[in-house]
Design a protein around this ligand. Structure first.
Ligand code: GTP
Ligand code: MG
Length: 200
């Protein structure tokens, strides 16, 4: 499951500009600022493979990263960023949905959910949309380090609420993994999970 090398391949403005469907890919999806780019950097153990920012809306294109010359990480723009200027605001329906519906090499969507805030309707809507379209997903809870920093209990409740939603809405609930890009929590578990999915 080890990552030995990672190289940036290209940024694409639309699904049809993406690299050919020649390798398994894992797409990283979630609200703006949830920690998508940070998670990629944490998994590949490099600081700046994917660009991150304190301000939401940093990632604006579909970015393909080739890992171990054999599979792709796909960093996507975040959704739900209301303050983006019109030109930069991503049309979730035309842009990202097109990607999901056209990529037959997609192994699973890693749907990132911020564990430090209460369940957000937009995350639930996104999970429901993926489910309805039979796109496999894995819930990845991010920023789990914040649960230990003071506000602990409340964050645990947020997480429980979201997990309850998953249980209530899926006959076979998708897997979920707790992570932190700060402490490295869940890194090995997630990489193992991904390597198992690739080998099916
Ligand atoms: P967009 O590209 O704008 O959609 O954002 P993104 O989802 O790629 O988020 P990004 O990785 O740029 O991180 C956003 C902010 O959250 C940055 O300030 C990160 O340092 C912070 N962050 C990301 N992951 C974690 C985490 O696990 N724990 C904590 N405490 N902060 C995190
Ligand atoms: Mg990003």
């Amino acid at each position: 499951a080890k990552i030995k090398e990672v190289e940036f391949v290209k940024s694409s403005a639309r699904a049809k500009d993406c690299p050919k469907h020649d390798r398994p890919e894992f797409a990283i999806l979630g609200r703006s600022n949830v920690g998508k780019s940070s998670l990629i950097n944490s998994l590949v153990r490099k600081k700046d493979v994917a660009l991150t920012s304190k301000k939401p809306g940093k990632t604006k294109l579909i970015n393909h990263f080739l890992v171990n010359k054999s599979w792709y990480f796909v960093d996507l723009p975040g959704y739900g960023f209301a303050k983006a200027p019109d030109a930069a605001r991503m049309d979730w329906s035309a842009f990202t949905k097109g990607f999901f519906l056209s990529r037959d090499t997609l192994v699973t969507v890693l749907l990132l959910v911020d564990a430090s805030v209460p369940p957000q309707k937009i995350d639930l809507d996104c999970a429901n949309w993926l489910g309805r379209n039979n796109i496999p997903m894995t819930f990845v809870f991010t920023k789990c380090d914040k649960m230990r920093a003071g506000k602990g209990k409340r964050a645990d409740e947020n997480l429980r609420d979201f997990q309850q939603f998953i249980k209530d809405n899926y006959r076979v609930p998708p897997p979920w993994i707790m992570t932190s890009s700060v402490t490295g929590l869940g890194r090995d578990e997630l990489l193992l999970h991904m390597s198992q999915l690739r080998n099916y």
